[in-house]
Design a protein around this ligand. Structure first.
Ligand code: CP
Ligand code: NVA
Length: 336
């Protein structure tokens, strides 16, 4: 609940990555390079020593409102909160938008009296931003039209497990310049890694996200490249990533997109252009036979289930950081 001072139960003080705190995770930009590093470091600790953290968020309560379906995000947040000693309430919001019945501000000022953290999956990024503006408790983006920050953090954690130093590897994202592409770009920029994004003309990433990623990349030395040629994008890379051609909410465009995106399908031929050790990545759910073929999905180099597993560990770290599991939290301003 919204107590003026929240303190942590020291969990693993000898190895904790240091002081980092941000009020919300609406965008990867909220974390910045220091926050991304803290999340990745803490994820490693929590994954290797889960028992140390099993009471870290005891008594804390999380509410989740999802306007869109979910398998991984819902279950990994619920399992993660439970494994930290906290509890969850899930509200199926797929029948109407979150603010259809009352204003976001009124909802926020109710929720902050009852629970400790709000997790939202919405059609619009503005809904998440609005909730965070009004609520005095942390708000986490569990996917919007614009970003999927928890996904990209889990993805880069997966790459770190496989390849080690993220500054020495390159990722190619091939397909739609969507929410997942945006969060990968921002996370890559924060880490100082290297990414190529290949999309058809007209489906490029959002220009504001690109500008922000470029700005962060200037500090970290990240390499960001934007192409339309999928073959040039994957040439020699360490990992190839794709996502649905039509995201949730774009179902009416699926047929048109299926034709346009066909050259961006990740199949054996395209994977052969990457490094021989290149990992295949997908946030899931996948549309087998569309953006990726079965043989690539099920290949030895596919890390899709590692990515899915790591959603759990990364989100535990995020909850721990945002809920004051690690540091004394400053008081947030009262009602906006
Ligand atoms: N990757 C991902 O967010 O999966 P869900 O839509 O099942 O939550
Ligand atoms: N881009 C996809 C990601 C699903 C996890 C979507 O928004 O539907």
């Amino acid at each position: 609940m919204n107590s003026p001072l929240q303190t942590r139960t020291p969990a693993a003080p000898e190895t904790f990555p240091g002081i980092f705190w941000c009020p919300d995770l609406i965008s990867t930009r909220d974390l910045g390079p220091q926050g991304v590093e803290a999340v990745l470091h803490l994820t490693e600790l929590m994954k290797s020593r889960p028992s140390v953290f099993q009471r870290a968020l005891a008594g804390k309560q999380m509410v989740m409102f999802f306007e869109k379906p979910s398998l991984r995000t819902r279950l990994t947040f619920e399992a993660g909160m439970s494994s930290l000693g906290g509890s969850t309430m899930f509200v199926d919001q797929t029948h109407s938008r979150l603010d259809a019945r009352e204003s976001l501000s009124d909802i926020a000022h109710n929720l902050e009296r009852w629970v400790d953290v709000i997790v939202l999956r919405t059609f619009s990024q503005e809904t998440i931003e609005g909730m965070a503006r009004h609520a005095t408790i942390p708000v986490i983006n569990a996917l919007s039209d614009l970003e999927h920050p928890c996904q990209a953090l889990a993805d880069y954690f997966t790459l770190q497990e496989r390849f080690g130093d993220l500054r020495k590897i390159s990722l190619a994202y091939v397909g739609d310049g969507n929410n997942v592409a945006h969060s990968l770009l921002l996370t890559c920029a924060c880490i100082g890694s290297s990414i190529r994004v290949a999309t058809p003309k007209g489906y490029e990433p959002n220009q504001q996200i690109v500008a922000d990623a470029r700005k962060i990349a200037k500090q970290t030395g990240a390499q960001l490249e934007f192409l339309t040629d999928p073959i040039a994008a994957v040439a020699g890379v360490d990992a190839v990533y794709t996502d649905a051609w039509a995201s949730m909410g774009q179902e009416s465009e699926a047929t048109e997109r299926a034709t346009l995106f066909q050259p961006y399908q990740v199949n054996r031929k395209l994977m052969a252009e990457a490094a021989p050790h290149a990992a295949f990545m997908h946030c899931l759910p996948a549309h087998r036979g569309e953006e990726v073929t079965n043989d690539v999905m099920d290949s030895e180099n596919s890390v899709i289930f590692d990515q899915a597993e790591n959603r759990l560990h990364v989100q535990k770290a995020i909850l721990y950081l945002l809920l004051g599991g690690a540091v004394r939290l400053p008081v947030r301003s009262a009602h906006a």
